[in-house]
Ligand binder design. Structure first.
Ligand code: DC
Length: 223
């Protein structure tokens, strides 16, 4: 199987770019953030503090998460319920970032991710795919952009969805999440040593997709 790992901070365009690239190559696009978001959603619904390691660990035995692919599009099921849309709120972004810091949570989601990559050609996006989940991925990309650029994109997305947010609020949430994601002890966000670094600051989406697709094409021929 061909495994392509795309890691990087939130808002660098990972999901949109990976989705379009996966369509081009006919691979499955796996958004691993959705797994952490589903666990975060469960915690919030149960009144569990996602920052509390013990409480977060204790809910895992009651959580079952499935990724289902409908015409190549990922749907996320939490205990049999389709929560694909419910996990995309600022509250759940924060809960996912907090809960993802606990090693027990990361361990709990490890097999789901590895199994998908073992059974399919995948473009998998996340924070630790190239470093921890798929260290043998044939292609690893670390995608980033300035925090202002990333916050602007996230702000536009949230406004389009009718969320009541300010650019300053989105920028400060994003910086906080970057800090959490890259300073946690368990699998922090960082580029794998053999990752190709791509900075999308100032690029249009089309330009970024073109760069990624060309990068993958140039390597895939050698696999
Ligand atoms: O990619 P995202 O913004 O949907 O991810 C939500 C949170 O989940 C993010 O703040 C960090 C965490 N996450 C992680 O720790 N490891 C991953 N592979 C993917 C996401």
């Amino acid at each position: 199987m061909i495994n392509i790992a795309i890691d990087g901070p939130s808002g660098a365009g990972k999901s949109t770019i990976s989705k379009l690239a996966a369509e081009k190559f006919g691979y499955i696009y796996v958004d691993t953030g959705a797994l952490y978001r589903a666990v975060g959603l469960y915690a919030v619904r149960c009144g569990v503090d996602p920052q509390n390691a013990e409480q977060s660990e204790s809910i895992l035995r009651d959580v079952s998460i499935e990724m289902i692919y409908v015409s190549g599009h990922q749907r996320v099921y939490l205990n049999g319920e389709d929560v694909t849309d419910d996990i995309r709120t600022p509250q759940i972004s924060k809960a996912a970032s907090d809960i993802s810091a606990h090693p027990a949570v990361r361990q709990f989601l490890l097999d789901t991710q590895r199994k998908l990559a073992a059974e399919n050609n995948v473009i998998m996006d996340g924070r630790d795919i190239g470093t921890t989940i798929l260290p043998d991925a044939q292609i690893k990309i670390f995608l980033t952009a300035s925090s202002e650029d990333r916050a602007r994109r996230r702000y536009d997305e949230l406004i389009a969805k009718g969320e009541d947010v300010t650019y300053e609020g989105v920028l400060s949430d994003l910086k906080q999440r970057d800090y959490n994601d890259s300073h946690r002890a368990a699998s922090p966000l960082k580029a794998a040593e053999d990752a190709i670094l791509i900075d999308t600051t100032g690029n249009t989406l089309e330009k970024s997709v073109e760069i990624i697709v060309n990068t993958i094409k140039s390597r895939i021929d050698c696999i």
